[in-house]
Design a protein. Sequence first.
Length: 177
Amino acid sequence: MLTMAGSYRIENYAYRSLALLMILIGYPCYLLVYLTFLFTRIYEGVILILPIEVNLNSSEPIYHQIKHQLRDLIVSGQLPAGTSLPSIRALAQSLSCSVITTRRAYQDLEYEGLIYTRQGRGTFVAEVKTDQSKKYKQEVIEQALNEAIQTAIRLHYPKEELQALFQKLCTEIFPSE
């Protein structure tokens, strides 16, 4: 019997936050075409589903997009240490991109110490230190908030209204505690 391996999904609030951020920084959402590729790998009787989104209209290289999304999954704990990742070729085939592209993403993640490769066995998620995870999360959030604040400044959006909007969205989006 095949079962789902953990909770490998990006929550709806992440999509809403991304859409809001894109609107705030001036990208018309209807022009962005997102291709979601869910590839499945059967490993020891478990189906592993990884959500990978590639925006072909982005100026960000595809290997960066793959690297950032895999890093987010690893650092957030959605991919626990020891989880087997798809081979470079399998990932390239499922995303319809070059093997060189996926190899570069894996090499960068390996250099950062987030994954490791064992010849003949595959690529696996490495143990992520709590302080490393916390630091990465804070950097990503600060960057996104900084971009949103810079957009508000360009639009002459009042600071108080921006703070109120942020509080409102946090209340709506975060699950009630």
